[in-house]
Design a binder for this molecule. Structure first.
Ligand SMILES: N[C@@H](CCC(=O)N[C@@H](CS)C(=O)NCC(=O)O)C(=O)O
Length: 272
């Protein structure tokens, strides 16, 4: 029997005034999360202006076996798309404010291309080439007890390989995966064009999705034809920089402090 209370039990006794808890995967390769779905939800929470805290220990209890999910007061909401629907409904928000019906349809279509197509090609290059697996996903388990690490890595790889086979992407050759992924990537670049965000001057919901997938695709240590193509698309790299800079501004560095001035003054005084 599991002595740990499950997320639903914790939620039942939760105080509605507590901030939302975002159960997500933790930082990886310089990104705030190794999961593009987790990045999307975090950016959408930021777009919504909602307070939240992050918990990286929720995977074992994930209601649908995947991250992200949130606990909001006494409610547990799994899946990034349903999380967005929940926060829009509960807090009376529209993350696509300003978009007309056609743009909303385009937004959904672009999100589906990014998550259900480009995201899988990105993940294929992250997990399947041995050198990328070693430099990337294998590192997820670096903090596990040493004697468990090999099994954890092998099990995770077997599971992801099975998922990719079921999805279909895993049945293609490397060149074919690259061709498919690049077609989606170039389509995204064409749709973005010279705009700052997908639909103009302000980010909307699918910009969160795009930033997550594209930032994951260009992490420095994992070479791939997709990454190389993305880096040659200036509007795409500028966009990732713009989105990540806006939603994850660098932590302010302390300004050079009077301490230096004081030391100098003392030294000067001693010398005088
Ligand atoms: N449809 C889900 C997909 C989430 C998803 O695929 N999450 C992955 C990480 S990127 C996951 O939790 N994988 C763990 C697993 O499948 O065991 C969503 O939009 O939240």
């Amino acid at each position: 029997m599991n002595a740990m209370p499950n997320v639903y039990e914790i939620a039942r006794s939760a105080n509605a005034a507590q901030p939302i808890v975002l159960y997500s995967f933790g930082p990886w390769q310089g990104l705030p999360s190794g999961s593009h779905f987790s990045l999307k939800t975090e950016i959408q929470l930021k777009m919504a202006g909602l307070a939240y805290i992050k918990d990286f220990t929720g995977q074992a209890q994930a209601p649908k076996g995947k991250l992200p999910y949130i606990r909001d007061g006494q409610e547990i909401v799994p899946d990034s798309t349903f999380i967005r629907a929940h926060i829009e409904r509960k807090y009376g928000l529209d993350l696509d404010a300003g978009l007309d019906a056609r743009q909303r349809a385009e937004s959904w279509s672009i999100e589906r291309m990014l998550e259900d197509h480009l995201g899988w090609a990105m993940a294929w290059f992250r997990w399947i080439p041995a050198e990328n697996f070693a430099a990337g996903p294998a590192r997820f388990f670096d903090t596990a007890p040493a004697e468990l690490q090999d099994d954890l890595r092998n099990n995770a790889l077997a599971k992801v390989t099975g998922n990719m086979h079921a999805h279909g992407i895993g049945r293609h050759s490397m060149n074919e995966v690259a061709q498919l992924g690049i077609r989606s990537l170039e389509s995204f670049a064409m749709l973005l064009g010279g705009r700052d965000f997908l639909f103009g001057d302000a980010p909307t919901a699918t910009d969160a999705t795009a930033a997550g997938v594209l930032a994951a695709l260009i992490v420095p240590d994992l070479d791939s034809p997709l990454r190389r193509r993305a880096l040659a698309l200036d509007n795409v790299t500028d966009y990732v920089t713009r989105m990540m800079g806006r939603f994850y501004p660098p932590v302010a560095q302390p300004v050079a402090q009077p301490r230096d001035a004081a030391v100098k003054t003392e030294t000067d005084a001693a010398a005088a």
